[in-house]
Design a protein around this ligand. Structure first.
Ligand code: MV4
Length: 462
């Protein structure tokens, strides 16, 4: 009964999209498909490329600099108020994992399309997240879910107990920021003091924790979906090991070569953790996978860039599900059991130099994307679109889905060959090399593979 009344309070008919680029386009499409009115917003740089407000274009919420527009909570909330939007979809990045923003929306009587602020807050503190996962029986990297003490002797003893190499991480870090590998007791005191100073400065939070450092892991993550009625399901896994400087380049689903029974057990642990913390919406459990075992590292409380590979293999629209559970609906558990089929890849097409990785903003004179069975392109760009210099360089996601991994690779090669972006530089040539790399094609490369290949100059293999 209380579920019903809660649901009716949460109903909304229009959704402010607090983001830009391909994900704003993706969320807009989902809103229209579900009979909801999308309310786009834009910074000045993005508004310059869009139709006017009178022509159905975005509400301009501020200057081009993200801190004055997409990150300006007051401006986003004001835009929601004046447009009469009932809910806000944050996309990824920007305000998507900001607990204060989620709380401010609720206070303003707006629905945040995401988890409760309390869940965002827990996962934003990597020590609290790890403690929650240990309590829920999710397998974690060896090391306590507790902050390091001040006493260097006690810290050194902990490192001996875990066994070198260890890694010191900042509780406020994540995504590769604020961490330091320590290979011997001689290095530990300096590593702790340097990381603590960085943590204080960058995150305003000096707490650190310690883990066993895994040398050659893969990055495998589990997608979850939860409603406020206590239902939580895991919706497959993805391999995101192919990365450079913590930026993912290619993702695939499912992660190749994982024992289905181990995946099911791990996925179920993730779902149970969600039930325990009262999670709602979509989420991702990031694991390191090494020697046939999973080790939790972080949870992301947002829709992720790479969600399409899960959508294609699981046959689910994750944005539709987000919109439904945000309105208080129960998820249809039966729709998620044993539906995964085939293999999907995603190539992130960035406006950047394929050799130096320098950003390459400017006018796209021609944009041609492939189409046909098994091919999906998530993008906001078109002939004549000007890529602004202010934001990240993602301009399109090329996604393929086929019955087998081999067929999906063949399809991606074809899709890449049919993609033409002119006027700016893109990383398309890098993707072509990756899909001709025998180790990548064989499957199951580690998180170090791409950087190793780049260092070698991507040798052409016979
Ligand atoms: C680690 C690790 C090895 N051992 N933790 C980097 C980003 C952040 N999410 C966690 N990261 C890592 N944590 C332990 N105990 C190696 C990394 C890591 C990494 C992880 C996932 C994807 C790419 C990575 C690249 C370098 C290091």
């Amino acid at each position: 009964m209380s579920g019903k009344s809660l649901a009716s309070e949460r109903r909304f008919s229009s959704v402010l999209i607090a983001n830009r680029g391909e994900i704003a386009a993706r969320v807009k499409r989902a809103c229209l498909e579900m009979g909801l009115t999308p309310v786009p917003i834009a910074s000045q740089a993005d508004a310059a490329e869009a139709p006017s407000l009178a022509e159905g274009g975005p509400l301009c919420i501020g200057p081009s600099t993200a801190s004055k527009s997409y990150l300006n909570q007051a401006a986003v909330i004001l835009a929601a108020r004046v447009s009469g939007a009932g809910a806000v979809h944050p996309g990824y990045g920007f305000l998507s994992e900001n607990a204060d923003f989620a709380a401010a929306l609720e206070k303003a009587g707006l629905v945040f399309i995401g988890p409760p602020a309390s869940a965002i807050r827990i996962m934003g503190d990597k020590i609290a997240a790890k403690r929650a996962m240990l309590a829920a029986g999710v397998p974690c990297v060896p090391g306590p879910g507790e902050p390091l003490p001040d006493d260097v002797g006690v810290i050194a003893a902990l490192a001996e107990e875990i066994g070198y190499p260890v890694i010191i991480k900042a509780a406020g870090g994540g995504g590769g920021r604020g961490m330091r590998v320590v290979r011997s007791s001689a290095e530990i005191a300096e590593a702790v003091s340097l990381t603590r100073e960085e943590a204080r400065r960058a995150f305003g939070k000096p707490e650190l924790y310690m883990e066993k450092f895994l040398e050659k892991p893969r990055h495998v993550e589990f997608q979850v979906l939860c409603d406020e009625h206590g239902n939580a399901v895991w919706v497959g896994h993805r391999d995101c090991s192919l990365q450079r400087r913590h930026q993912k380049v290619v993702e695939e689903a499912p992660a190749p070569g994982i024992d289905p029974a181990l995946a099911a057990a791990t996925g179920e642990r993730c779902a149970e953790a969600c039930r325990q913390i009262g999670y709602r919406g979509v989420g991702t459990f990031e694991f390191l996978y090494e020697n046939g075992a999973f080790f939790f590292i972080e949870m992301n409380t947002r829709l992720q860039v790479e969600h399409p590979v899960t959508e294609e293999t699981a046959g689910v629209d994750l944005v539709h599900e987000q919109l439904k559970v945000a309105q208080g609906e129960a998820i249809d558990i039966a729709a998620f059991s044993g539906t995964a089929s085939g293999h999907a890849f995603e190539c992130r097409i960035n406006a950047e130099d394929p050799e130096s990785f320098a950003a390459s903003p400017g006018r796209i004179t021609l944009a041609r994307f492939p189409e046909g069975p098994g091919i999906r392109v998530d993008t906001h760009v078109y002939d004549g679109y000007r890529v602004p210099a202010y934001y990240d360089s993602l301009i399109a996601k090329l996604i393929v889905h086929a019955p087998t991994r081999e067929e999906a690779i063949t399809l991606m090669r074809k899709a890449l060959a049919e993609t033409r972006i002119e006027g700016i530089s893109t990383n398309l040539p890098l993707h072509v090399k990756i899909f001709n790399d025998p180790d990548f094609v064989a499957g199951a490369v580690t998180i170090h593979h791409l950087e190793k290949r780049l260092k070698e100059g991507f040798p052409a293999h016979a």
